[in-house]
Write a new protein. Structure first.
Length: 262
């Protein structure tokens, strides 16, 4: 980008005039991607990045930039940073509008195709089995979303699959096939959602709703009967990232439960 300040001003004007249109959000994210990849950003570049993060509702990232920049800022820079910090702190975290770049979500992805060697089996303290996915596999495709293959809670290994039965070759192959299926489901989820009845439900959702979903966490529990009990934690972009639990047994959708506080 030749003139990042002008790019930001133009994108900001479009964002405000259009009340956060999809195209204006994409322009802001283009600037985010450019700035966060800079090896040695200037103060102005870091400040613009913090302001954009605040605009799109990512105040955690905005605050981190402000905190780090305050360590080396001059007087005038400190005034600007503290003004932004004050703005962030004054916002009600439950009423902050979240804006996401949905371009990647709309791209049809190839399901994750694993080999048995990609699955890492260990025995838990209670004698059950944990099945992890090799760290060489960076992403897992779930519901056409790229879910990062890592421990999101930061308290141990990134295991997502648990089994009461000792995993043999047949069970491991079944897990691989099941993950492929989880990567492709879309129409099935839309049909189940639209036919179900639960709190906070939207009426007649379609592809725009599905594209806006993001996968926060998932787990598969294989019981002693060999049934795959799956729970996926999703965020609903249209409802400002409301969280909900999706429960699936084998390949049958069982329940959706919204929790706006997630």
């Amino acid at each position: 980008m030749k003139n990042i300040t002008k790019e930001f001003k133009d994108a900001k004007v479009e964002f405000l005039k259009s009340n956060g249109s999809e195209k204006s959000v994409e322009k802001l994210y283009d600037i985010i991607y450019f700035l966060r990849d800079l090896k040695e950003p200037t103060f102005d570049e870091k400040f613009i990045l913090a302001k954009i993060y605040n605009m799109v509702g990512s105040n955690i990232y905005a605050s981190k930039i402000v905190e780090e920049s305050l360590k080396t800022s001059g007087l005038f820079q400190t005034i600007k940073l503290k003004a932004l910090a004050s703005k962030i702190e004054s916002q009600d975290i439950w009423n902050i509008k979240i804006y996401s770049d949905l371009r990647d979500s709309k791209i049809k992805k190839v399901p994750t195709k694993l080999s048995i060697e990609d699955l890492v089996v260990s025995v838990d303290v209670d004698g059950s089995y944990c099945v992890g996915i090799s760290a060489e596999v960076k992403n897992i495709v779930l519901l056409n979303k790229n879910f990062t293959n890592e421990d999101i809670w930061g308290d141990g290994e990134g295991y997502f699959i648990f089994s009461e039965k000792k995993p043999d070759v047949y069970l491991l192959e079944s897990i691989i096939e099941y993950l492929i299926w989880l990567g492709q489901i879309s129409d099935e989820l839309l049909d189940f959602y639209n036919q179900a009845n639960f709190r906070h439900k939207l009426l007649n959702v379609g592809e725009n709703w599905f594209d806006g979903l993001s996968v926060f966490d998932f787990s598969v529990y294989i019981d002693e009967n060999g049934d795959f009990n799956t729970e996926i934690l999703l965020h609903d972009y249209i409802q400002n990232d409301f969280g909900f639990h999706l429960e699936i047994v084998n390949k049958d959708f069982k329940q959706i439960k919204y929790n706006p506080e997630l």
